[in-house]
Design a protein around this ligand. Structure first.
Ligand code: MSP
Length: 513
């Protein structure tokens, strides 16, 4: 039985590349924020990411580089790991499809499906797009080109194994009907039904003989497993499915959430569920197909030269500026436009002006007026109630937004706390209170309310901006950072001494970048 408190979230496994762009970071940053949020909420989280290393494209690149495919992938996989490290991605496992355990698991899955009659040998005649590793029918082509990338397709004909998707079509539709939340957003489900299921599912080619950089089919070694069956299996091979130690599989499967880009929703909501049905395994609870980060309406693309390595942005603006932009700027399920200027505006606006300034001003005042010691004196006024009510209502709203995967909205709600605090400073005017000795207790209370509100906002913000929040906890000198400290206003210890104010986010001058 699956432990009630466990939570399994995955990203797709990435094609290893030396040229990741900010769009690639989108899926991993969202999944990371969700994983951290669930951990903070008390779940036992398993967050999986990794690399998808087989296929003709990789083999060709290795050949061009004059090395073996294995040497080629070994070298560039470290690029993905380095990028995720620089973005503070807190994955629990990094799977590579060249891992021995994965290879053995895929071989067993293939054999199981073959023995069951769900995989059979046939002849493949079709149009193949090498960069996308996808077969297309004539009707799916757009102006004779690959509908995904717009490049030429090649006609190929070879002996191949097929997976009987068609056999499971009715069961899949029934599953969609009975599980209305399985695919999100709703529009993607309609796309799947209208574009792929209604015209009738075609059986899927799951092996190739024209290249050999893949997992060999154990009972027919001319064939290697075609990439999608190999790749999709990672979600269960990573948990030890069919291995000696399958305790993780028992604990975490079925996945709570697969987060994928919109272009690969069809593999995750058609091929993957059918594979699982054929294996008699439960299906994931949700597949969320997110939109893309685009530049001027077009894809971020190496050939267009329209992007920097994400590590350059991190170096210039800080890791949390990049994380914040990606999480805040892209509306639920839709595309979002990336530009360095928009990144700078978000950083200057929300991060430097609203949050950074608030923390800096508050700590500055506590140091200036009370030598850094802040006391809950109990001298309250009506204006406090509005602030405290807003702060205390935020956790439930954030929970609701996160349940709906509306991450940008969750962030907006958290920032309402910080915006409200800034307004509270204008309303209470601590600098005026400071001039009147009789108002010292009131001034203390105002500063206490501010620091406690900042603490609560920061506790809620930590899944999204972990580094900045750690710095705030240090500056306000508080260890009360768990979600269990959100049930009442007043955890911040009265009489505590704050730390030193540090600039959290420098304002960026656009012309100096
Ligand atoms: N290897 C397959 C997935 C196999 S999963 C069983 C793959 N890899 S990928 O490297 O091309 O893409 C990895 C992820 O990056 C996908 O979720 C994809 O949508 C995402 N992105 C790549 N470019 C993107 C943007 N410009 N914007 C947002 N996400 C995009 O597909």
């Amino acid at each position: 039985m699956k432990d009630k408190k466990s939570y399994y979230v995955t990203t797709p496994i990435y094609y290893p590349s030396a040229d990741f762009h900010i769009g690639h970071c989108y899926t991993t940053i969202i999944a990371d924020a969700i994983a951290r949020y669930k951990r903070c909420s008390g779940f036992d989280v398993f967050y999986l990411t990794g690399t998808d290393e087989h296929g003709e494209k990789i083999q060709k690149k290795a050949l061009e580089a004059g090395v073996s495919p294995q040497e080629y992938v070994d070298k560039i996989v470290s690029n993905a790991k380095d990028l995720w490290k620089s973005l503070n991605i807190s994955y629990d496992k990094f799977i590579r499809t060249t891992d021995k355990e994965h290879v053995e698991c895929v071989q067993e899955i293939f054999k199981k499906l073959y023995d069951k009659g769900d995989i059979y040998k046939g002849e493949y005649k079709g149009l193949y797009c090498t960069p996308c590793e996808s077969f297309w029918t004539n009707t799916q082509l757009v102006d004779g080109k690959c509908p995904d990338c717009g490049r030429d397709v090649n006609e190929v004909s070879e002996e191949a194994y097929f997976f009987k998707l068609s056999k499971y079509q009715d069961r899949l539709v029934k599953y969609y009907d009975e599980h209305p939340d399985f695919i999100e957003p709703e529009s993607r489900k309609n796309e799947m039904i209208n574009n792929f299921i209604k015209p009738g599912l075609e059986d899927l080619c799951v092996s190739r003989t024209s290249f050999d950089w893949g997992i060999p089919v154990t009972f027919d070694d001319k064939h290697v497993v075609y990439v999608w069956l190999d790749a999709l299996s990672n979600y269960i091979s990573a948990l030890g499915y069919l291995s000696e130690d399958d305790s993780k599989f028992k604990k975490y499967w079925p996945a709570d959430l697969h987060i994928v880009g919109k272009e690969i929703v069809r593999f995750h909501t058609i091929v993957w569920p059918i594979m699982l049905m054929a294996l008699d395994l439960p299906l994931p609870k949700k597949v969320f197909g997110h939109g893309w980060l685009v530049i001027d309406g077009g894809k971020i693309s190496k050939s267009l030269g329209n992007y920097k390595d994400p590590r350059e942005y991190i170096g210039l603006y800080g890791v949390d500026a990049v994380r914040y932009f990606v999480l805040r700027e892209v509306p639920f399920g839709n595309d979002g436009v990336f530009s360095e200027e928009a990144l700078i505006n978000r950083t200057n606006g929300d991060l430097a002006n609203v949050l950074g300034n608030l923390v800096n001003r508050t700590i500055g005042m506590i140091n200036k007026y009370f030598d850094g010691v802040v006391t809950d004196t109990g001298v309250s006024e009506d204006v406090d109630k509005e602030l405290i009510d807003l702060v205390m209502s935020t956790k439930d709203i954030v929970d609701n937004k996160m349940d709906d995967l509306r991450i940008a909205d969750a962030l907006d709600v958290i920032f309402d706390i910080f915006r409200r605090c800034n307004k509270y400073i204008d309303e209470t005017m601590p600098w005026v209170l400071a001039k009147d000795e009789n108002k010292s207790d009131r001034l203390n209370q105002v500063l206490y309310n501010l620091i406690e509100s900042i603490r609560i906002g920061t506790v809620l913000l930590q899944p999204y901006l972990p580094d900045a929040c750690n710095s705030i906890f240090e500056q306000i000198n508080s260890n009360d950072i768990g979600f269990d400290t959100l049930d009442r206003f007043g955890y911040y210890k009265s009489g505590n001494k704050v730390g030193k104010a540090v600039v959290l986010f420098k304002r960026i001058e656009i012309d100096k970048k």
